[in-house]
Design a protein around this ligand. Sequence first.
Ligand code: ZN
Length: 133
Amino acid sequence: MDNQVIDVEKISGYHAHVYFEPHTRPLAERLRDQLADFDVVLGRWKEGPVGPHTRAMYQVAFAPEQFDLVVRWLMVNRQGLDILVHPDTGLGHAGDHTARALWLGRSLPVKVEYLQQIDRDYKMAEAIPLTEG
Ligand code: ZN
C-alpha cells in the first residue's frame, strides 16, 4: 500500500452500515427510529447479505459535516450492534470499505472482490491488496 495522502475534502459523504441478526433486529429497529431524528438518509432494510455486505443490515448516509455528531452518537448508542462507517472518497469502493473504513464493534467480513469489480467497472484505479479488510 502506498503512502498517498488523501485530502479529506475529497470525502463527499459517509455511510454507516448497521448490521443485525434475527435476535438483534429489535435493537437495530430502535437505533433506526432514533437515527430518524438526525438529518440522515436511511436506506432500506436488507434482510440478508447484499452487495459487499455479508450480513443483514441497513445503510445510513450522512454528509461530511455530520460525521462528528453521527459517529459520536453511534459510538455510545450502538447497543452492541456492529457498524461499518466508511467514506465516499471517489478513490475506490474497495479502499473506502477496507483501508479507509472504521468499525464500531466487531469488524465483519466484507466482500472486497465485489467492490474491486465495481471499481473496475467504474475504471477506478486503485491498488488495494486482497488481504485488507
Ligand atoms: Zn456504504
